[in-house]
Ligand binder design. Sequence first.
Ligand SMILES: [Fe+2]
Length: 298
Amino acid sequence: MVELSSLAYVVFEVGDLAAWESFAKDVVGFQLDQPVSGGGLALRMDKYAYRILLQPGARDDLVTAGWEVPTEAELVAFVAQAREAGAGVTENPGLAKVRGVEKLYVCEDPNGFTHEFFFGPTILPISRPFVSSVLSGSGFVTGALGVGHILPVSRDYATSLTFYQNVLKLRVSDYIRQEIAPDIAVDATFFHSSTGRHHSLATAQFPSQKILNHIMVEYADMNDVGLAYDRVRRAGIPLVLELGHHPNDQMFSFYVQTPSGFAMEIGSGGIVIDDSKWCVVNYSQLSDWGHRRVSEPS
Ligand SMILES: [Fe+2]
């Protein structure tokens, strides 16, 4: 079986590009750049030409998740597997040019966005190193682990889990089932790809206006989380969840509202899974401490 290496990039369609520009650069610490091709804005986190693409448009939501595979042979084998599992996967050479990758295939997710599978991303020269205007120096945790993780909301939980396991061939990391009120339980499944970031994708089913509940980006230095928290507070940007700690990926993080309305989790300390030793468990709460809704009383 061929597995996806990492969630290398995501594409958002955003209504207010100017608001995203200052949020991305001055608050979170991305480096702004021009996309390889076309309009919008590229957000850099490392030597990749981009990790997040912002396209102007009215959806204010996730449009694409881009998954990297190391070689052309593995990409072709992965696509054959996905087709065998029943997915409609099509090659798109034009889009490969736009994304700046060697070869690219596209398929629909059951929750209203697309997946792109590719090999051969564009890497920038050392004369154009990643530079953040606000981060303390150690930057983002990306590389082989990819951009971070996304939590798309399931329209139908069972269908989504089948798709992520059978078509994307993602491995289950663990589950969290928490009763948040009598007879109301949150049921979430977390998935990892072969390079082992605890989860590159998680999903749960709950009422939501957006496809994307949140994207997570990770800093190498925990102090950068605190410094970002201070910048968010100073800028008066709405927090979604206060600082806290997740039991499964061990992420110390907070959640802030992006200019598109979905949340961005900003964290540090996430674990990397070694599949030879991993044991799937079921956690009973989403957070060990904190992650209090800002509207909740303390
Ligand atoms: Fe998260």
